[in-house]
Write a protein of this length. Structure first.
Length: 97
């Protein structure tokens, strides 16, 4: 195992550690007003670039790839929940009047 992969794995774990809390907050609050979708999509794009880097010539597929997939899955979950609650809140507002 290369030291660079260990450092990359630590970086991904540290960055990914905040997403479960964000997902729980989104579910609990059910109002993602003020959440930056541009930020979420940029983060997912960055993770996807990291995944792609493992498949280009010279890239090394390793255990780090699983952390990339886990991180992008968590960001996608938070993004999907946020879109859902925005849609739901708009629908409820329309029904109220």
């Amino acid at each position: 195992m290369e030291f660079a992969q260990i450092l990359e794995g630590i970086m991904l774990i540290v960055f990914g550690a905040s997403w479960p809390a964000q997902i729980i907050k989104t579910i609990r609050v059910k109002n993602p007003a003020g959440k930056s979708f541009l930020f979420l999509y940029l983060i997912m794009f960055g993770y996807c670039c990291g995944i792609a880097s493992k498949f280009v010539p010279g890239g090394k597929i390793s255990w780090v790839l699983y952390i990339y997939f886990l991180d992008v899955l968590m960001v996608a979950t938070d993004t999907t929940l946020s879109h859902y609650y925005i849609w739901k809140n708009k629908k409820e507002a329309q029904l109220k009047g």
